[in-house]
Unconditional design. Structure first.
Lengths: 206, 850
């Protein structure tokens, strides 16, 4: 297959409600930040062109609803992801504790071909809050978690101030690119063009 | 599809996906060879798979996502084509040659996205065209997904403020209009699903019949008869799965930079609400109102509360608006909690009264609203006002009042979830203020508790006590204590025993223990107020029955005794004779406690605290005890208490009282204690206690000692006699009291004990065999001799010690009894040790020749 096949990189951002997934994406793609909390409904993506080793890639960043009740259609959009970004709020232990669930849920639903080596990146967001005084999850603890999951790269960011966001996404793009997730290779059995579909659809012409 | 769904569906999805992949493969090949015509042909065939009616929303979404990914490749290809000189306008025309309308519109949206990117036409025109064209699909499921595709591809191409697609002709208003239109159309499709019964009917709908056509309604109604409840259930489940597609539009609106407060208030909110109210569909209404609350920022809600709340009564009467309103209040509460600087706005817009009114109206409108919903609502409102207006207790009380109004006339609540919610409601003020005293100011608070069953009252009482303990809240006035006891009544007594629900033993104990702990938090420095508190407690506890008294009386007695300690000496009572608090009064109270069967405990406590009492109070106290003691049921216990009291009297310097106690103890010993073992123990107690008494004059002491000696030599067994008698030797030698140092009588005592040991030995040897007991007795005697020898009592001579050692060494059975042998060995070691120490003691030991 020609190399152009891999110009689109799909990234999924997961994490508890209110940890700043949408803010991280907006900061990275639009360089904008809003202090207001707005829930995300369903899945939403933004794209950004990135340059990497003289080649141009389109990064397709999927932001997801942290609140389960706004994920009514399920997670079919996980399929074909090249990298999964797990986000937690360094000021919330619960959001950190839930990382395992998000990671496992992703591996089950997306079922990548090589789950052991699927690229994850962990982001601890909101390091700016209260000058770091309200922080409850230490860097050490987060890094230990990353180490236990096969040396996941870790970044501490502030979507509000833009700290480390660019660096984190650089790493995300790099890992997505290196990901072993080749697209499903499909070769048709017979050259039988365009006859099969019509019979199965209902009589409706729309 | 309806009946044996799941399995068939998998098959259909697999078949669809296979055909899909095949076409996607050829599409890709066409793209790779830059063949636009073939790329369009295969992509249209690929998209044809989305025309299926056989898949549930979940499976359809699966297929849709595949299409979505493939179309991204096509979009990139389109983009490249335009760079290679293909006119985007032509491309836009070209895609419309696709045979079927659904693939055609997907391709049109994809081309439209590229069209906007090239900026060859104003974004708003293209968007408008697309959103209008999509009307061509009236099948709800397909239409919803198509429009959701449109929403997604246009997401970053809206002429928002600051966007690259904003221009003279394109403003954020156009962006908002576009999303609102798409939203409205999607909601219509979604709502229509509810009324659509068979899939064939969709074909009628496809002709774009307006749904309010009465004939269609009739048709739907008729075929609805064939579809039983199961059909409705399935339909509602499918709708619920699809809801995020509709709600997503609101998310897009909220993300627009240009939707500021003005735009939101003037355009977005009214238009969205209009659609929600007019669709008259329960599922849509409850979900979309929730969406509004969740996706838009708090400050917008605060500034548009009127509008949002005003819409509530217009919604379908059957919908669960409670949950929605509760969520709104929860959001606003946490907003206020996290951003103190916004509090003035809450006051400015009178958020509380608006919410309160709205809730009142909603409840009024829904007569048969379940109690749970109403309570949940008030619970959220209470939390809201506690966070936002912590200084306005009247607001909180008002909420509780409204809640009572709702509960009244319905008797006790029997819905367990509702009672749980009431516990949450009542816990909220405690958590907020961390001070039960504040909660006590809420006049409606106890009234709400009236509606709880006994079990829940108990739970609530525990919550209240836990709060007091956690925050170390002192409750300092009788009035507050009274109010508090009303609140925790669930733990204090059983209002009607007839209910007869057995409480778990552990739970009961835990509850009573917590009441016991609570008593120590009820305190006032002023004795008069404190006495009132104690009296109130007593009155309440008396209603609790003996099972509870076991737990509640002890701390109350301690509390009363603490109060006695603080009282001035009776004589110079500042309150004068009329004083309301006096030791006398407290003792009357204690007496009552004694009568409640708490005698040993009360007395124990009393004796313990005697040492803190002023002399006159102490004496008084002791007299009370004398009166009370005959009530003690067990003689053994009474005996011990007498001795304890005697010791206390000793500390109070009350000789006659102490003597009286001893006399009583002796009487009990003579009349009631008959078991020989019990006698030994009792005698040890007598000797031990008597030894410590220093209050007695010579005469009294002699009498008591003499008696004790008499008892000792009358014990049943010789060894016991011996031990008791040598124990008595201590009665004649008190280390720090020179008046009680009589070496002569110590020696007499020891000699007598020795004699008994001798006769014990003879008795045993005539009986038979071993006389180890007496050897041990001799060694014990040796130790006593050494003790007094060491003290320097002149009557205990070196010779007497030496002869005793010799005597022991000559005893035959020593070798056969290892324990006696080692006892003796260690005694000798001790002597050696003392010798090594040197000094006066060492010198004395030096003299002993072993």
């Amino acid at each position: 297959m020609p190399s152009r096949r891999r110009t689109l990189l799909k990234v999924i951002i997961l994490g508890d409600s209110g940890v700043g997934k949408t803010s991280l994406m907006n900061q990275y793609v639009n360089k904008k930040f809003s202090n207001q909390y707005k829930a995300t409904i369903g899945a939403d993506f933004l794209t950004k062109e990135v340059q990497f080793e003289d080649r141009l890639f389109t990064l397709q960043i999927w932001d997801t609803a942290g609140q389960e009740r706004f994920q009514s259609l399920g997670v079919a959009f996980y399929r074909g992801a090249d990298c999964c970004v797990l986000v937690y709020d360094v000021n919330s232990m619960k959001s950190f504790d839930n990382l395992n669930n998000w990671r496992e849920e992703f591996l089950i639903q997306a079922s990548p071909s090589d789950p052991e080596n699927f690229p994850f990146v962990l982001i601890g967001n909101k390091v700016d809050v209260d000058g770091g005084n309200s922080r409850v999850v230490s860097e050490k603890k987060a890094k230990a978690w990353c180490a236990s999951k096969g040396n996941i790269p870790y970044f501490e960011t502030s979507a509000k101030e833009g700290t480390n966001v660019e660096e984190a996404f650089q790493c995300i793009a790099k890992n997505a690119l290196k990901s072993g997730e080749e697209e499903e290779l499909y070769l048709p059995d017979t050259i039988d063009v365009g006859t099969s579909s019509q019979q199965r659809s209902s009589g409706c012409e729309c | 599809m309806i009946a044996d769904g799941a399995e068939d569906e998998e098959k259909w999805l697999a078949a669809g996906a296979a055909a899909f992949k095949q076409n996607a493969f050829y599409m890709q090949r066409a793209i790779d060879s830059n063949n636009l015509k073939d790329a369009l042909k295969y992509s249209a065939q690929m998209l044809g798979e989305l025309r299926t009616s056989k898949l549930s929303p979940h499976k359809y979404y699966d297929l849709y996502m595949r299409a979505f990914d493939e179309l991204r490749k096509l979009e990139i290809f389109f983009m490249e084509e335009t760079r290679r000189g293909c006119s985007v306008i032509e491309l836009y025309e070209l895609v419309q040659h696709a045979g079927n309308i659904l693939p055609r519109l997907y391709l049109l949206c994809t081309a439209g996205s590229v069209y906007i990117k090239t900026k060859e036409a104003p974004a708003k025109d293209i968007l408008k065209d697309l959103v209008e064209m999509c009307r061509g699909i009236q099948h709800p499921l397909r239409g919803l997904f198509l429009r959701s595709y449109l929403a997604q591809v246009s997401r970053d191409k809206l002429p928002d403020i600051g966007s690259e697609y904003e221009g003279d002709a394109d403003t954020v208003t156009d962006a908002v209009e576009f999303v609102l239109l798409n939203f409205t159309e999607m909601n219509k499709l979604w709502v229509r699903m509810q009324h659509q019964v068979s899939h064939d009917l969709c074909c009628i709908a496809c002709e774009s019949l307006p749904f309010d056509d009465p004939e269609l309604r009739l048709a739907v109604g008729l075929s609805g008869l064939q579809g039983p409840a199961r059909e409705k259930e399935r339909r509602e489940r499918e709708r619920s799965e699809l809801r995020d597609l509709v709600g997503k539009n609101l998310h897009v609106l909220s993300q627009l930079e240009g939707v500021d407060l003005d735009m939101y208030r003037d355009t977005v909110l009214p238009r969205v609400l209009e659609q929600i109210v007019n669709c008259r569909d329960e599922i849509a209404q409850i979900y979309l109102v929730d969406c509004i609350i969740q996706v838009f920022p708090d400050e917008y809600h605060l500034q548009t509360l009127d509008v949002l709340l005003g819409a509530c009564p217009q919604l379908q009467p059957s919908i669960d608006i409670m949950t929605v309103l509760s969520r709104l209040m929860e959001r606003l509460s946490s907003y206020a909690a996290l951003n103190v600087e916004v509090l003035p706005y809450f006051l400015q817009v009178e958020a509380f009264s608006k919410l309160n009114n709205a809730i009142g109206k909603v409840i009024e409108a829904q007569e048969d609203m379940p109690i749970l919903s109403a309570v949940t609502l008030y619970s959220s409102l209470l939390k809201f006002t506690l966070h936002v207006h912590p200084d306005r207790l009247d607001y909180a009380d008002q909420v509780l009042g409204s809640c009572i109004k709702q509960l009244s006339g319905k008797g006790k609540i029997d819905d367990s979830r509702a009672t749980k919610e009431i516990v949450t409601l009542l816990s909220a003020p405690l958590e907020k203020y961390n001070d039960v005293v504040t909660a006590l100011k809420l006049t409606n608070y106890p009234l709400v508790m009236e509606y709880l069953d006994n079990e829940t009252k108990r739970i609530m009482a525990t919550v209240i006590i836990r709060s007091i303990m956690k925050n170390n809240t002192l409750i300092a006035t009788a009035e507050k204590v009274e109010a508090l006891l009303e609140l925790i009544g669930g733990l204090i007594n059983d209002p009607d025993e007839s209910q007869g629900v057995e409480v778990d033993e552990d739970d009961f104990e835990e509850g009573q223990n917590s009441v016991a702990r609570l008593i120590h938090m009820l305190y006032n420095d002023d004795p008069e107020e404190m006495f009132k508190i104690i009296s109130i407690l007593k009155n309440h506890f008396l209603t609790g029955g003996p099972k509870r008294l076991k737990f509640t009386v002890p701390p109350l007695v301690v509390s009363a005794l603490k109060l006695i300690r603080r009282l001035p000496v009776e004589g110079d009572n500042p309150f004068g004779k009329e004083a309301s608090v006096s030791a006398t009064k407290i003792f009357q109270f204690l007496n009552q406690a004694i009568k409640l069967g708490q005698i040993p405990l009360v007395l124990n406590q009393l004796c313990y605290s005697l040492r803190f009492l002023s002399l006159s109070v102490g004496a008084f106290c002791l007299l009370q005890i004398i009166e009370a003691l005959p009530n003690v049921p067990s003689p053994d216990l009474a005996f011990r208490l007498y001795l304890q009291c005697a010791e206390a009297a000793n500390k109070c310097d009350e000789e006659p009282i102490a003597y009286e106690f001893f006399t009583q103890a002796y009487i009990l010993y003579e009349e009631e204690i008959s078991d020989s073992k019990a006698q030994v123990t009792a005698l040890q107690l007598i000797i031990g206690t008597l030894q410590r008494m220093h209050v007695f004059g010579v005469e009294n002491r002699d009498t008591l000692t003499h008696k004790a000696m008499g008892y000792s030599s009358k014990l049943l067994k010789k060894p016991d006699q011996c031990r008791a008698v040598y124990g008595c030797s201590h009665l004649f030698w008190l280390e720090d009291h020179e008046a009680i140092q009589d070496g002569e009588r110590v020696l007499l005592c020891l000699k007598r004990a020795l004699k008994i040991a001798n006769s014990a030995q003879q008795m045993i040897s005539t009986a038979q065999g071993s006389s180890t007991v007496s050897v041990t007795l001799f060694i014990e005697m040796l130790n006593k001799y050494l003790y007094f020898y060491e003290k320097g009592i002149p009557q205990i001579t070196v010779e007497s010690v030496e002869s005793l050692i010799k005597l022991i060494k000559n005893e035959e059975p020593m070798a056969s009894d290892p324990s006696a042998e080692s006892f003796f060995a260690s005694t000798l070691r001790f002597m050696e040790f003392q010798k090594q120490k040197g000094g006066a003691i060492g010198d004395r030991y030096e003299e002993i020749k072993v």
